[in-house]
Ligand binder design. Structure first.
Ligand SMILES: C[C@@](CO)(OP(=O)(O)O)[C@H](O)COP(=O)(O)OP(=O)(O)OC[C@H]1O[C@@H](n2ccc(N)nc2=O)[C@H](O)[C@@H]1O
Ligand SMILES: Nc1ncnc2c1ncn2[C@@H]1O[C@H](COP(=O)(O)OP(=O)(O)O)[C@@H](O)[C@H]1O
Length: 302
């Protein structure tokens, strides 16, 4: 990371990285490698991080982040950029460089997928900035190396997901207003998946009729028991709207008919939690903006 270079920037892309919700989450089995087979629906939110990518004339990778805790070589943004540099090298393409600045706005480690989304935006942006001839299916495979949630953000459409989250069928659920509550509790995804009491035997459902099936987040009962503060937040929000945990938590969301209703509930939220109101999106704004960028609306040639 952070090899400072003096080369003048020649091109900049500024792109969002939207959050996601798991509208439901079922576990249908466990693979031999310990990973769990899931069924879930991912929907995006119009709440996002923001990233800027500036092409450098030297083949170096610079990374800055508004949150110092995340400004390191392990950041998924840096790892995504390295994977693409490696892909270019394996394909005998000339090495290229970039300066990436991440403006971190989403809470992380709470089931909103912000880190995965940052990684996906990085893969999509650098393919375009570096003009790499990599197919979307190969980009999805690179994304999967970074995390189970990355492919849906690369694909850019709300999806019914299976496998560990990489087998995607596009879906178009309704787009309510959500109040997302962060009860400010850290939950380790790995420890939840290792827990003996986790339910792992959900009967598989078909992608085309998930909305007519009884669905739930099967992780929720366990998280309720282990983290009373999350249970308190779920019990508070359900008084206002249908409420669920997203991913392995600790964030939860209520679905509202209008922005005003969601905001009214947010105004009454206990002060020890944080929250925000956002609209559900079935298309990620990233692909749309990249299409515009390719016609020069977002690309600034210096
Ligand atoms: C379960 C979800 C639903 O969206 O939870 P959230 O992370 O969003 O809360 C995700 O698929 C999580 O994806 P991601 O956060 O990328 O997980 P990874 O880093 O790949 O894995 C973290 C750890 O969780 C466990 N794990 C993860 C995914 C999975 N399908 N089975 C697992 O058993 C593994 O022990 C792994 O070591
Ligand atoms: N760009 C990033 N943004 C957020 N977290 C990141 C990033 N890169 C690496 N991480 C690590 O990934 C973990 C999971 O982050 P995130 O994807 O936002 O949440 P979740 O997987 O719970 O939905 C964080 O706790 C952090 O340690």
């Amino acid at each position: 990371m952070a090899n400072q270079t003096q080369g003048p920037p020649v091109e900049t892309l500024i792109l969002p990285a939207p959050a996601k919700l798991n509208l439901f989450l079922h576990i249908t089995g466990r693979r031999e490698d310990g990973y769990h087979e899931l069924q879930t629906v991912f929907q995006f939110l119009d709440a996002q991080d923001s990233l800027s990518f500036t092409r450098l004339v030297t083949p170096t990778l610079e990374f800055q982040c508004s949150d110092p805790v995340l400004e390191n070589d392990d950041n998924l943004v840096v790892r995504a950029a390295r994977l693409l540099q490696q892909w270019a090298q394996e394909n005998q393409l000339p090495p290229q460089g970039v300066r990436i600045i991440l403006d971190k706005r989403l809470p992380y480690g709470g089931g909103l997928g912000g880190g995965s989304s940052d990684a996906a935006t990085t893969l999509l942006a650098l393919r375009q900035l570096w003009q790499l001839p990599i197919s979307t299916s190969d980009l999805l495979l690179l994304g999967l190396q970074l995390g189970a949630d990355v492919p849906v953000f690369v694909n850019g459409h709300a999806a019914f997901a299976e496998g560990v989250g990489e087998q995607l069928t596009p879906v178009t659920p309704s787009s309510p207003w959500y109040l997302v509550v962060d009860p400010r509790v850290q939950i380790s995804t790995a420890s939840i998946f290792q827990h003996p009491d986790l339910r792992r035997d959900c009967p598989p459902i078909a992608s085309h009729d998930w909305q007519s099936q009884q669905t739930e987040n099967v992780i929720e009962p366990l998280v309720r028991r282990l983290y009373p503060e999350v249970a308190n937040a779920l019990d508070w929000l359900v008084e206002y709207a249908p409420t669920r945990l997203t991913g392995t938590g600790a964030c939860l969301f209520g679905s509202f008919e209008s922005q005003e209703m969601a905001r009214a509930a947010l105004a009454r939220m206990p002060a020890q939690w944080t929250g925000f109101v956002a609209r559900g999106l079935n298309e990620s704004p990233v692909c749309q903006l990249l299409r515009q960028a390719s016609t020069d609306n977002l690309t600034n040639h210096d």
